[in-house]
Design a protein around this ligand. Structure first.
Ligand code: PLP
Length: 387
């Protein structure tokens, strides 16, 4: 077994060797701009269009509904601000309380700009109740948004049901599928979302490239103007090698979806079973409706940050709460929305597996974890408080 062992695949996945191989020639071969008419430009266009077809195939869309962006965050911003601007007479939006910061902060910005924001609560597992969601919709709702699967606790939402409610009411519905795509079936021909955010680095593609799916006929206003690339929705020269890498990663994800889900589920269930058997460790998120690669725990009497650092020193990289939220010392809004108190939220760790991880690695982690948690409990000021 090689150290360090990487168990933070929700934060970012390692670049697939085949993806790298597809990207390298494009990075080396010269200054091809897809907007140029000469042979270099044509080669760049071909690479981007082939990638568009592969990303489209992954989610069951047509290629022209895919717009390349710089990642999941940009795709979420483009969807939320773009949908709002497209219907300037509607000034109300609906979001869930467990969204990634990319959506949460965009909604906050809309609120500062005078929009009324309805935040739909979740239960203790992080699930949105379709009835409460439906009740929040109004005639002046510009859009509603609920993520497909949560990046912290892994809970998978009843997206098909929520999307159908919105379709029935004529309300545009955005879903952040950054964690879901490539980890479970995501098919826009079966689920009537209006827009969908994707990111390559969660499915063994490169960082810094993503896509926004926009269903035919749905109106989204661009946020940046310029050369009119990506059907006018996202001006700026495309990241050609990045898009090509995303394309290959999407094709591999589609071909290997079942196998990856089987592999990840096996390791996830091993982690959940062994970890929850340890004293003071409980599972966060839904017991069954969860991402195949996500195991998330609260560890009584321990501060997660210290635990993550100790595990790191022992050769295992895991996450505390959400990678995007860590760095600042703030309790995870997702865990608070699920009804946990601050102490519980600060004791949360996230262990997320990927296709490269082995059973031996998962077992090795559980073995060092028990000792690490015990060591920290002895030192922690939280030791005497019950969780
Ligand atoms: N949405 C979710 C659910 C995520 O997990 C992430 C990344 O952590 C993002 C959006 C942001 O994606 P990116 O890092 O590509 O900007």
């Amino acid at each position: 077994m090689e150290f360090p062992v990487y168990l933070d695949n929700a934060a970012s996945t390692p670049l697939d060797e085949q993806v790298l191989e597809a990207m390298l020639p494009l990075m080396k071969s010269g200054p091809g701009n897809p907007s140029s008419l000469h042979a270099f430009g044509v080669a760049a266009t071909e690479a981007v269009e082939e990638a568009r077809e592969s990303v489209a195939a992954l989610i069951g869309s047509t290629p022209h509904e895919i717009h390349f962006t710089s990642g999941g965050t940009e795709s979420d911003s483009l969807a939320l601000f773009g949908l709002a601007r497209a219907q300037a007479n509607k000034r109300h939006v609906v979001v869930s309380t467990v969204e990634h910061a990319a959506v949460r902060e965009a909604a906050r910005r809309l609120e500062a700009d005078g929009y009324e924001v309805s935040r739909v609560p979740v239960d203790e597992h992080g699930l949105v109740d379709p009835e409460e969601f439906t009740a929040a919709l109004r005639p002046d709702t510009a859009f509603a948004t609920v993520m497909w699967a949560n990046n912290e606790v892994g809970t998978v939402q009843p997206i098909a049901e929520l999307a159908r409610v919105c379709a029935g009411r004529g309300v545009p519905f955005h879903s952040d599928a950054v964690q879901a795509a490539g980890r479970l079936p995501v098919n826009v021909s079966e689920v009537p979302v209006s827009t969908l955010a994707l990111s390559a680095h969660k499915l063994y593609g490169p960082q810094g490239v993503g896509a926004l799916y926009v269903r035919n006929g749905v109106s989204v206003q661009p946020l940046q103007v310029g050369g009119g690339q990506e059907r006018g929705l996202r001006s700026g020269t495309q990241n050609v090698a990045g898009a090509a890498g995303f394309g290959v990663a999407s094709r591999l994800a589609m071909e290997a979806l079942e196998e990856r889900m089987r592999h990840d589920t096996e390791l996830r269930d091993l982690l959940i079973e062994r970890m929850t058997g340890l004293p003071g460790v409980a599972l966060n998120g839904h017991p069954t409706q969860r991402l195949s690669n996500n195991a998330h725990f609260r560890v009584a009497g321990v501060e997660a940050e210290g635990l993550v650092l100790l595990c790191d020193a022992l050769g295992y990289a895991i996450g505390s709460g959400s990678a995007c939220a860590s760095g600042g010392h703030k309790a995870s809004p997702v865990l608070l929305a699920m009804g946990q108190n601050e102490r519980e939220a600060f004791s949360a760790i996230r262990v997320t597996v990927g296709k490269q991880n082995t059973r031996e690695e998962a077992e090795g982690f559980v073995a060092i974890f028990a000792a690490a948690a015990e060591q920290l409990r002895k030192l922690s000021p939280l030791q005497k408080t019950k969780s």
